[in-house]
Design a protein around this ligand. Structure first.
Ligand code: SF4
Ligand code: SF4
Length: 267
């Protein structure tokens, strides 16, 4: 029973990521109406717009016009993740997460973590990349991160066929595998950083129960954002960091049932 539960959220997350990719392929190639567009701007059933709020902010910085539909889409996405689901975009939606998770899993299997635990990269680097993206967007008149985003390259590549985008995806895979654990998603990606900033007060959260915790620390070992779990073994409380991706790996790995999803402000 425990073994099946161990992979429950992983199966759900992968199903979510693959299903969304399938719907994008069906919408863009087969003409289905369920979901059309891309991760920056899409539309559900031809009626509900969804816009990446970080992409919108970059376009705003370029000085270009923003449509009312794009604004509405950004508002929907901001409310969905910012107030409800937390940084779940990263672990439940983003297709590149499947690549970085694979690299980090292999890194773990190859025991590359022992001597080389992110010796030079700060987790704050992603917030600098956000700032640099906005300044460059303002200076060049082009949405800077959108222009080079490996997430968009991978997403477009899966739907329409991969061109040179493979090199960016491969570079990120090798970076996470050989250079830094969770190097891209946990340190550099400005989109993940942006969602960390806007999801600080979201409702769906992991809760830690100190009275059940045996301090095995498996949760902090597996967590891609381990700084989000300072309370483990010390206090019973919710994860408050916006950097938590609600991936539920800490819940799956805990044999003591000391981690669970909960709703913030509801005890
Ligand atoms: S950090 Fe960036 S690449 Fe990683 S899962 Fe989040 S959005 Fe995708
Ligand atoms: S605290 Fe748990 S849910 Fe949040 S990122 Fe870490 S492992 Fe995932």
């Amino acid at each position: 029973m425990r073994d099946m539960r161990k992979y429950k959220y992983m199966v759900l997350r992968r199903s979510s990521q693959v299903s969304l990719l399938f719907l994008f392929i069906a919408g863009n190639i087969l003409g289905w109406n369920a979901l059309r567009g891309n991760l920056s701007a899409s539309i559900i059933l031809g009626k509900i717009p969804l816009t990446d709020p970080f992409a919108l902010l970059q376009i705003f910085a370029t000085g270009n016009m923003i449509s009312a539909e794009a604004l509405e889409g950004a508002l929907i996405v901001t409310v969905l993740f910012g107030l409800v689901c937390g940084r779940a975009f990263c672990s439940w939606v983003c297709p590149l997460n499947m690549v970085t998770d694979l690299a980090n899993r292999l890194r773990e299997k190859m025991k590359l973590d022992a001597e080389n635990r992110n010796p030079f990269l700060s987790r704050k680097a992603r917030y600098w990349v956000i700032g640099i993206s906005l300044v460059l967007s303002f200076a060049t008149g082009v949405a800077a991160f959108e222009w080079i985003s490996p997430i968009s390259m991978f997403h477009r590549g899966v739907i329409f066929g991969m061109g040179v985008g493979w090199t960016a995806v491969l570079a990120i895979f090798l970076f996470d595998l050989l250079i830094a654990r969770n190097g891209f998603c946990g340190h550099l990606c400005p989109l993940g950083g942006f969602y960390s900033l806007i999801t600080r007060f979201s409702l769906v959260r992991v809760r830690h129960y100190k009275e059940k915790c045996t301090q095995c620390m498996k949760c902090t070992d597996i967590c891609p954002e381990r700084q989000a779990l300072p309370m483990v073994g010390k206090t019973s409380s919710m994860v408050v960091s916006g950097e938590c991706t609600n991936c539920a790996r800490c819940i799956e790995v805990c044999d003591d049932d000391a981690m669970r999803f909960g709703i913030r402000y509801v005890s």
